[in-house]
Design a protein around this ligand. Sequence first.
Ligand SMILES: *Cc1c(COP(=O)(O)O)cnc(C)c1O
Length: 366
Amino acid sequence: MERVVNFSAGPSALPLEVLERAQSELINTRTSGMSIMEMSHRSKIFEGILQEAKTRLRSLMNIPDSYQILFLQGGASLQFSMIPLNLLQKDHQAAYIMTGSWSKKAYDEAKKVGQATIVASSEDDKFRSVPDLSSLKLPENTAYLHITGNNTIEGTRISSLPNIGDIPIINDLSSSILSEEIDVSSYGVIYAGAQKNLGPSGVTIVIIREDLIGHAPKSTPTMLNYETHSKADSLYNTPPTFGIYMINLVLEWIESLGGVKEMEKRNRHKAGLLYDAIDQSNLFKSPVNKADRSLMNIPFTTGNDELDKAFVKFAADRELLELKGHRSVGGMRASIYNAMPVQGVQRLVDAMNEFEKTHAVSTIKD
Ligand SMILES: *Cc1c(COP(=O)(O)O)cnc(C)c1O
């Protein structure tokens, strides 16, 4: 079977070049005579790969020397707990911006650890927009502000940060890391599960400002303390070696294409193609406030469940897969991460136009 166009939100498509490279090295990685999966995480080869991945990420994202890069497990979801466990001191509170399902989960975990407050929310707008943060005021004793940079399910993104002085901003970038240029120094911590834009599931990247490490209470379980992983250079216990190897290949692939700047250019072009098609359509519409639209996850709908289903099937018949929207939102969603080629988006747009010609006879857009 041919490769399909895979619009999955995560785990999601990986660059074909990366998969082929991994395939070619699978049974004999770097002339070791063994697979990366069979190799000690203390071996020279694996340690080399770990350092390469770090160096590549640092250079691609322009990560200052005052930040550490950690490769952890437990997904972005474990960071929902690790962040308050490490950064939320007694007598302080954690501030959360509520922009969708993932920020809600992050907030719920923080409440289990200490005091957490929602300081802005777009829930009243059913998360179809993000709150205006320009005049955000935080309580005196705020330990950190948590945001979800890209809302994978709702299809929104936060594109400008509030000015909150010295209070560190923690950004969940699971679904948009490396998709556009960002200034790492604006954040205290950036974290991301790998399975959307970085590699296979099983690795979580944490980019953390050094001064934020080492403040967890003594009672914090060893594995949940950033200091443990920082001191051991992400080798305290056995890390997800194959996942880290894959991330290194993905980073190498991004480098070879011209880095994050080029990724952003491509991503803006791809998202533009799809949003233009939606905006010009008499059948499909976007539920998301224009100014807040994600470049990575693009929900759209006909406004009619039966037609939505028919379109998902119509697309699947053309090998355009995983377009069904998240169960909490309905409709369709196209996730178009770095690995999605522009031709994949063009094929989706063509299918939308073709579907509209045959199905839009009596539908009027409101
Ligand atoms: C997918 C996702 C998560 C959850 O990631 P896991 O690695 O499955 O825990 C958290 N936040 C955002 C923004 C996501 O897209």
